[in-house]
Design a protein. Structure first.
Ligand code: NAD
Length: 426
């Protein structure tokens, strides 16, 4: 893990500069930490990387008062592949030096999975939305020791939050750690679809020069009406990135932004998602998956959109109805659909989104760039240090605490008084 000690020193001194006051704790309780991570690259854990390090970012996240993670130490090399099984989120030495037990697996499906086998002994479960360990009510019932369900990343809808509240489990995530990563991916996907990049790239790769085939579906984004569903951290970062393209920006959110933010970003507010979608050419979805957004984009809503609209979804797959998206692409009602979120994850080989026309789908990768991994692995350590020292983690990291929605969870997950059910099955 320690192939780039200089980069690690940089990060450590940055953390110290930021005044991280946490000292190495003398914990009394030894914990079993069960970590579910995505499998290693098929060619094995990378011996080297495309770049030597990741940039050191400013102390605060953009347009916010929130500092980047401030653990007492960074026990991994920033910019290394931490989110896969061999990367272990950089936790092995950190935990074992303190006497804790770390179990890492990617085997998470079915009652005989390693995840299910180890659940009864786990005090802490950590997983990432890209390879989610679905913590349903049934699984929570099998985990009598479980005290903390931690998302290394953002989005805790893979946890049944009601069941977690009843069981007194704290649910936390590393808020903001990958918001910019996702906003960049959404901006990229919008341009990809509107400019018809993927098929054009394929012509080039295949030895062709089919200009007309490439451009018969290619437009400039300039002048388009672009609608953002939910102007939270990601939605606002996307607006900021799209503004220089001279588009007309619109949004809907259950919480309207301050007037000065609307003016600064050039955003027009719509009172409902229904009103938003019929007035735009591109819709980018950035709301959490909650009962109010579950299957929000169904055939009925998509049919009210302008013919040839594009939908980009980097939020959660179940905000749209899978087969209604396929039908709308096939009929031409949608000119394109793109994003990185699927249900379930990993998606089966025959998932229709793999073969539907005019799609720019990737696996769930937008929030797990090497840059993002560095931040959310550091945030994971920060939350674990607080947990072991019996301190409440930062409010912005909390989703559920003390039997109720808390912190960010109270702001983002409570719009209709209900919480996330942890996976489909509604
Ligand atoms: P955030 O908490 O900053 O913003 C969420 C926004 O959604 C808030 O402004 C809230 O008011 C709004 N909202 C809540 N319910 C709504 C509703 N019913 N209709 C419209 N707006 C509603 O969250 P964020 O960091 O911007 O992340 C947004 C979502 O993106 C996460 O919940 C997660 O599901 C997803 N995400 C995906 C990835 C990825 O890798 N693809 C990574 C991070 C987050």
């Amino acid at each position: 893990m320690d192939r780039n000690p200089e980069a690690r020193e940089d990060w450590i001194s940055m953390v110290r500069r930021r005044g991280a006051s946490r000292s190495t704790f003398q914990e009394e309780v030894l914990a079993t930490v069960l970590c579910v991570l995505y499998p290693d690259p098929v060619g094995g854990y990378p011996p080297a990387y495309a770049r030597d390090t990741v940039p050191t970012l400013p102390e605060l996240y953009p347009d916010s008062e929130q500092t980047l993670p401030t653990p007492s130490e960074i026990p991994f090399t920033p910019g290394s592949l931490l989110g896969c099984v061999s990367g272990e989120l950089g936790l092995r030495r950190f935990l074992e030096e303190r006497g804790h037990t770390l179990i890492v697996t990617s085997d998470k499906e079915g009652p005989d999975s390693e995840f299910d086998r180890h659940l009864p002994e786990a005090d802490v479960v950590i997983s990432q939305p890209f390879w989610p360990a679905y913590l349903s009510a049934e699984r929570i019932a099998q985990a009598p020791n479980l005290k903390l369900a931690l998302t290394a990343g953002i989005g805790s809808d893979h946890v049944d939050l009601d069941a977690a509240m009843k069981a007194g489990i704290t649910v936390a995530e590393v808020t903001y750690s990958n918001s910019i990563s996702v906003a960049e991916h959404a901006a990229m996907t919008i341009l990809n679809l509107v400019r018809n990049f993927v098929p054009s790239h394929q012509y080039a790769t295949d030895g062709g020069w089919n200009i007309a085939d490439c451009v018969e579906r290619s437009y400039d984004l300039e002048g388009f009406d672009v609608g953002i569903v939910a102007a939270g951290r990601i939605g606002r970062a996307l607006a900021k990135r799209l503004k220089p393209f001279d588009v007309n920006l619109h949004y809907f959110d259950t919480h309207r932004l301050p007037e000065e933010t609307e003016q600064e970003l050039g955003l027009t507010f719509h009172e409902s998602v229904q009103d938003l979608v019929r007035n735009v050419d591109v819709v980018s979805i950035h709301s959490p998956l909650v009962p109010a957004t579950y299957h929000l984009f169904d055939r009925e809503l998509i049919d009210t959109m302008r013919r040839g609209s594009y939908i980009i979804n980097t939020a959660r797959a179940e905000i749209v109805v899978r087969d209604d998206v396929v039908a709308a692409l096939e009929s031409g009602q949608l000119a394109g659909y793109g994003g990185d979120v699927w249900y379930p994850q990993p998606a089966p080989a025959d998932h229709p989104w793999r073969s539907m026309p005019n799609q720019a789908m990737t696996p769930h990768i937008s929030g797990t760039s090497l840059s993002a991994q560095t931040r959310y692995a550091a945030g994971t350590i920060e939350v674990l240090e607080d947990f072991f020292a019996e301190r409440t983690p930062r409010q912005e990291y909390l989703i559920v605490d003390g039997g109720a929605l808390a912190g960010t969870g109270a702001a983002s997950y409570s719009t209709d008084g209900k919480a996330s059910p942890g996976s489909s099955g509604r």
